[in-house]
Design a binder for this molecule. Structure first.
Ligand code: WT7
Length: 665
């Protein structure tokens, strides 16, 4: 990322401002900028006192902590380390005997529209029973359990049951391949897999268990002792005797009571794999105490959650958003939430609006990609426009996963929120555990396309390569200067990579480097995220490493000699994956090129998952390289965008290749 391109961008200031209505400010938990500033002042004056107060108020501890923050092993920070608690008890048990006990925890809407309601009491019983079944099969505190499940109550139950017995879960999104599963099982050393026979999405039955079988058969998975299978559909799947058991088999006879196991605050609640700038995904390790604290606090601050709210976060439990704002946050806050199995476009692109009306959703949280695709659908078919449904129950809208373009923001604000609902554009990352930069609905004047200001206690800043603070208006690297409770603890099994990726020596070794570029507005100091500054792409809010895709391509050793992957802007998906490929045989053209491109796309889908399929594949005799052999990616980015090359190409070994690649599409 160059500073000059950011300077130019920052001239294109967004000058529309939407302050919250007085009535919203008055009723909000954090009320007005005065309320926000008071919290910031408390956090700045005595950070540890601030976090300790929140941790005591929001969590139930079986053993109180005496030390808030331990920095002695920085950047391996420890929070509330001598305290003990259980995450599941803090989401379920604590509501028993309160008015929350018999209220709906989950309104589950299946792909086909069937609705099932589960109360907090029922959820506690189901989680406890499942926890007992895990224990009965030898799953112990500290073990890792891999979860590969469809969206539904059972997925949440599986996660909560792990938490209940102190097992560390690692959820893998149902769109990842057998190979991706295999790598994660090996890296985590998982003892069990929890999966389903099939998943239902958009009226289609898609296999899950068969992919688990394939992943396990790839070798290296001796740690796996059990595979537990939820029968989502009536279709049979293969079962390996001794290893595989259905949910009904393991739950039969198990008690619906299971005392929660207290664990230390730093005990790893979960590992979640995400893409980095090298080929291998990183196992982001989160804590129990600090993570859960932020899940609960942000439900209250960012979503202003109240007892009568119906909260709906559309994220899958396979992503961090589905961890914090489906599996943990809403339950810790005692909210009623909608859990949706299907896709936004089935049976038609009005599904989200129909569901908001049906369940009287009050707080709705989704991704810009979904909004953009629904705008497109509504533009071409009036019958799926949100105006056809009663969305008057809504009071707060949220956006997450990628920058939201002002045009999509305005549409969301007008046609979904009826110009009445604040939009919280929440910036955060898998590594952050919960929101870090976001408006507060009853406080922050909104500017379309800006995630506005850091939450109280989050010391976000923009710096240059040497760590020097940059003034408002200047683009630079987003950092967080002080630790916060829900931050990543380490990369599972790779502490050195943790330090190098997030706490580089160049910035002093204790400043968290987000990996995003950002700029603050000259007038308000509002943050706007300008995109990743590393080799990570954001495609439809899904994080993909360019190196990961490159490794997948060159793993097709019979065909591919070399590959380079870059992103290019895309109106719908934010970024699109563009691969430049050199084959081991001569450069294909025409029909043959199309055929090989399809073959390579399918190959990548098998290696990583369908979400990683390159949109464009261009073939060349070679790649643009410097004389020392380094691929010049910035040139490839220009070609991918269809831009003329304006950069200096004097260090290029083979300038003629640029024309060839530009034409080969
Ligand atoms: C990357 C993190 C945790 C949310 C789900 C994605 C981008 C996320 C925003 C936003 C602009 C955003 C960043 C970040 N991102 N939210 N509101 N505005 N960019 O989590 O897969 O870990 O990806 O998503 O680039 O680094 P993730």
């Amino acid at each position: 990322m160059s500073a000059s391109s950011n300077a130019i961008e920052s001239v294109l200031v967004e000058n529309r401002v939407f302050p919250p209505a007085d009535s919203v400010v008055k009723a909000a938990r954090v009320s007005g900028m005065a309320g926000y500033e008071a919290l910031c002042a408390e956090a700045n004056k005595d950070p540890e006192g601030f976090w300790a107060r929140l941790a005591r108020e929001h969590l139930q501890w079986t053993k109180p902590f005496t030390q808030t923050l331990d920095e002695s092993k920085a950047p391996f920070y420890q929070w509330f380390a001598d305290g003990e608690l259980n995450a599941s008890a803090n989401c379920l048990d604590k509501h028993m005997g309160t008015p929350v006990e018999n209220k709906a925890a989950i309104l589950f809407e299946a792909d086909d529209g069937t609705v099932t309601q589960v109360t907090y009491r029922q959820l506690l019983e189901r989680v406890s029973q499942f926890a007992n079944a895990l224990k009965a099969h030898g799953v112990q505190q500290g073990d890792r359990v891999l979860i590969y499940m469809p969206m539904g109550v059972e997925g949440v139950v599986a996660m909560q049951a792990c938490a209940r017995i102190g097992a560390t879960h690692s959820v893998v999104f149902g769109g990842f391949s057998a190979k991706a599963l295999n790598e994660r099982i090996i890296d985590a050393g998982a003892v069990a897999v929890i999966t389903a026979n099939y998943q239902l999405r958009g009226g289609k039955e898609l296999p899950l268990k068969a992919i688990v079988d394939e992943g396990l058969s790839m070798g290296g998975c001796d740690s796996i002792k059990n595979v537990f299978v939820y029968q989502r559909t009536a279709t049979a799947c293969d079962m390996v005797a001794g290893r595989d058991k259905t949910f009904s088999e393991i739950l039969a006879g198990q008690s619906t009571e299971c005392p929660p196991t207290p664990v230390g605050a730093e005990h790893p609640l979960f590992i979640l794999y995400t893409s980095g700038s090298t080929g291998k995904p990183k196992g982001v390790q989160h804590s129990t105490g600090g993570y859960l604290l932020w899940a609960k606090v942000t439900m209250e601050w960012t979503f202003d959650i109240r007892p009568d709210d119906v909260f709906w976060c559309t994220a899958d439990i396979g992503w961090i958003t589905g961890h914090t704002y489906v599996a943990y946050g809403p339950l810790a806050a005692g909210a009623t939430q909608v859990v949706f199995e299907g896709v936004p476009t089935y049976p038609n692109a009005g599904r989200f609006w129909q569901m908001i009306e049906r369940h009287k959703v009050t707080v709705f949280y989704t991704a810009p990609t979904a909004i953009r695709s629904l705008i497109k659908a509504a533009d071409s078919d009036e019958s799926v426009h949100p105006k056809n449904w009663d969305l008057s129950s809504l009071r707060i809208l949220g956006s997450v996963g990628e920058p939201i373009n002002p045009e999509a923001w305005m549409w969301y604000y007008r046609h979904v929120g009826g110009e009445r609902c604040p939009i919280v554009d929440t910036f955060w990352q898998t590594e952050n555990g919960g929101h870090v930069i976001t408006p507060l609905p009853g406080a922050t004047p909104l500017v379309p396309g800006s995630c506005t200001l850091p939450l109280p206690g989050i010391q976000a800043a923009i710096v240059d390569e040497t760590g020097k603070d940059l003034p408002n208006g200047a683009g630079g690297m987003l950092v967080i200067k002080r630790p916060w409770p829900s931050m990543i603890r380490t990369i599972w099994g790779d502490p050195e990579r943790f330090k190098k990726s997030y706490f580089p020596e160049e910035l002093g070794g204790t400043t968290y480097l987000a990996g995003d570029g950002a700029v603050r507005s000259a007038d308000r100091g509002y943050f706007r995220i300008t995109g990743r500054i590393d080799d990570v792409l954001n495609v439809s809010g899904h994080r993909m490493g360019t190196m990961e895709i490159e490794s997948a391509l060159v793993a097709k050793t019979d065909l591919v000699a070399e590959a380079a992957v870059v992103g290019r802007p895309d109106d719908l998906t934010g970024e699109a994956i563009c691969a430049f490929v050199v084959l081991k045989r001569s450069r294909p053209t025409g029909e043959e090129a199309k055929q090989i491109a399809t073959e390579l796309r399918n190959w990548v889908a098998k290696e990583i998952g369908p979400i990683a399929k390159p949109k464009d594949i261009r073939f060349g005799d070679n790649l643009p390289k410097t004389r020392s052999g380094k691929i010049m990616r910035r040139l490839l980015r220009s070609i991918a965008k269809g831009e003329p090359i304006t950069q200096d190409t004097s260090t290029l070994e083979n300038p003629a290749i640029l024309d060839q690649l530009a034409q080969s599409n």
